[in-house]
Design a protein around this ligand. Structure first.
Ligand code: HEM
Length: 534
């Protein structure tokens, strides 16, 4: 039998005889053995092809659908599995005093987790050396169902109101005409967004390029609430501290890595876990009594602010270890879906406006990106069973009604042995809210003080890199944007403004006088409202 005859996969083809068919035999998704995976079916070996090429059409049409839309933000990412081990206390106090969440009770208890790290603005195949915040999303598969803590590496964010998120992201994404990221568009937006100065002072320093995912911090950024058995709430900020230490890159170091390897962070994480060098982070919280705190010069719910560590110490609550690489990146990481609304009993939202806006956005985009039944996928489903009356939808795979429940009843209430509401009584946290429905900025904006403090806290080499990166990014911008930015930097710290101005061949005075009165009002929106130190 010559080669050509073999490839027809005819009845005499020994390679595909019945006794050879076993677990390794290639099949179609319908389970039919594939006898010829090299040629489409044609009239003669030069074509034309025929429409009943079922195996070929199945193969190519599945390939044509291999991608779901990439995440609108945080598209480039990698992840791993592991566990969280609770210390059973918060600092030196019993944790139950503040939260009844079971994930934190009983020192030594382990909860499985999935973590996905990411960059924010750049697309799925982009280099991991680019200046960008890094995402740090953790899914805890707790005994009470899933809890997601969706954070970033940096402790603050650009904006404090969810209304501005699409504009922020559009300015950082490529120009809609040229399809190229453009620093003039970025600083055009930022120069009208003074609350971003704190984040910018981090992002353009080496803190904007973590050396890899293992050596970076994580932060919940937004303010959450813990609720105890009595229903009492406490405001909480979450922070992950890497036990591997923290390492960031200068622009020059990042450029050198990018010239050789644009997957370095994914590779670093995968190889470390593969070698058994499991990365670990300690989870710390900062706590604040649940009220407005008029004594502070910032609003505790403002995510452009850090809660000063000397007043609100970092208290350790547990440790996370990542000890298993995914078996399949797409199934377990690309299709993973995290959201800020995914909370368990004892963990709650705060009134943080950004957090509330985010909470709508995540599950909304996931229904579009993955599909209405994205929570049926093993990586997103709770390890504890889900028992719902949901039905159908695209790609419905499982029925959420456990054995012992009447399969005919998909509604509640029912007298026919359907699912029932939980009878477990809890003291709900029921905050009282009253006020006019308005669209208004918060009172204590204080946009520049912490940004100035951050500028002064940077080490010399970090400050130098920050100035160089800002100057290089501002050079291509039109003069009025440069002037507005110099003005904003000088409001944070005079030296900050002076050095950026010098780098652009200008002075603060020049920048200030070049700005029209109109601009001055626009970039000082808190006029008359700022506390003295604003
Ligand atoms: C991903 C919206 C602010 C951290 C996403 C996604 C959306 C989104 C639509 C894509 C989710 C997906 O396709 O599965 C928003 C909105 C925000 C906001 C509307 C502000 C109003 C933030 C902030 C942080 C953050 C402040 C940091 C604390 C993340 C992370 C991911 C993500 C880590 C990636 C999750 C993953 O790995 O799948 N965000 N986001 N986002 N966001 Fe946000």
């Amino acid at each position: 039998m010559d080669n050509d005859t073999q490839r027809t996969g005819g009845p005499n083809d020994r390679r595909f005889s019945k006794q050879d068919e076993g677990e390794k035999t290639l099949t179609t998704r319908q389970g039919h053995p594939v006898r010829n995976n090299q040629n489409i079916r044609t009239v003669g070996n030069r074509g034309p092809a025929t429409l009943e090429n079922y195996d070929f059409i199945e193969k190519i049409s599945h390939f044509d659908r291999e991608r779901v839309p990439e995440r609108v933000v945080h598209a480039r990412g990698s992840g791993a599995h592991g566990y969280f081990e609770t210390y059973g206390k918060v600092g030196e106090e019993p944790i139950e005093k503040y939260t009844r969440a079971k994930v934190f009770s009983g020192a030594g208890k382990k909860t499985p987790v999935l973590v996905r790290f990411s960059t924010v603005t750049h697309p799925a195949g982009s280099p991991e050396t680019l200046r960008d915040p890094r995402g740090f999303a953790v899914k805890f598969y707790t005994e009470d169902g899933n809890w997601d803590l969706v954070g970033n590496n940096l402790k603050v964010f650009f904006i404090r109101d969810a209304m501005k998120f699409p504009d922020l992201i559009h300015s950082f994404k490529p120009d809609p005409v040229t399809n190229i990221q453009d620093s003039e568009r970025i600083f055009d937006f930022i120069s009208g967004t003074p609350e971003a100065m704190h984040m910018i002072t981090f992002l353009f320093s080496p803190w904007g390029i973590p050396a890899n995912y293992r050596q970076m911090q994580g932060s919940g950024v937004n303010t959450y609430r813990w609720v105890n058995k009595e229903g009492k709430g406490t405001l909480i900020k979450y922070h992950w501290e890497p036990l591997q230490g923290i390492k960031n890159l200068t622009q020059k170091e990042a450029n050198a890595i990018q010239a050789e390897n644009f997957n370095h962070a994914t590779q670093d994480l995968f190889e470390a876990i593969d070698k058994g060098e499991y990365p670990e982070w300690e989870l710390c919280v900062q706590m604040m009594e649940d009220h407005e705190h008029p004594e502070l010069d910032f609003d505790p719910l403002d995510d452009t602010k850090i809660w000063p560590e000397d007043q609100f110490p970092f208290l350790k609550v547990g440790k996370m270890v990542l000890n298993k690489n995914p078996d399949h990146h797409y199934n377990e990481i690309e299709q993973a879906a995290f959201g800020t609304g995914v909370l368990v009993d004892g963990l709650d939202f705060s009134d943080d406006k950004m957090l509330q806006g985010r909470t709508f956005s995540y599950s909304d985009t996931q229904r579009y990106r993955i599909g209405a039944n994205y929570l049926q996928l093993p990586v997103n489903a709770p390890k504890k069973h889900a028992a719902t009356n949901q039905e159908g939808g695209q790609m419905s795979y499982s029925v959420d009604r456990p054995k012992g429940v009447n399969p005919h009843v998909n509604y509640e209430p029912s007298t026919l042995n359907g699912l029932e509401e939980s009878k477990h009584e809890v003291n709900h946290h029921q905050p009282y809210a009253e006020g006019k429905l308005i669209k208004e900025t918060i009172d204590r904006e204080n946009n520049f003080k912490q940004a100035g403090e951050r500028y002064r806290l940077h080490e010399d080499w970090e400050r130098e890199d920050l100035i160089m990166n800002l100057v290089n990014s501002l050079k291509p911008c039109q003069p009025h944007i440069q002037h507005k930015m110099i003005h904003l930097f000088s409001k944070c710290d005079e030296d900050y403004g002076k050095r950026v101005a010098e780098g652009l061949g200008k002075t603060i005075e020049e920048a200030n006088s070049a700005m029209s009165e109109e601009f001055a009002d626009e970039i000082t929106p808190a006029k008359g409202k700022l506390p003295k130190n604003g």
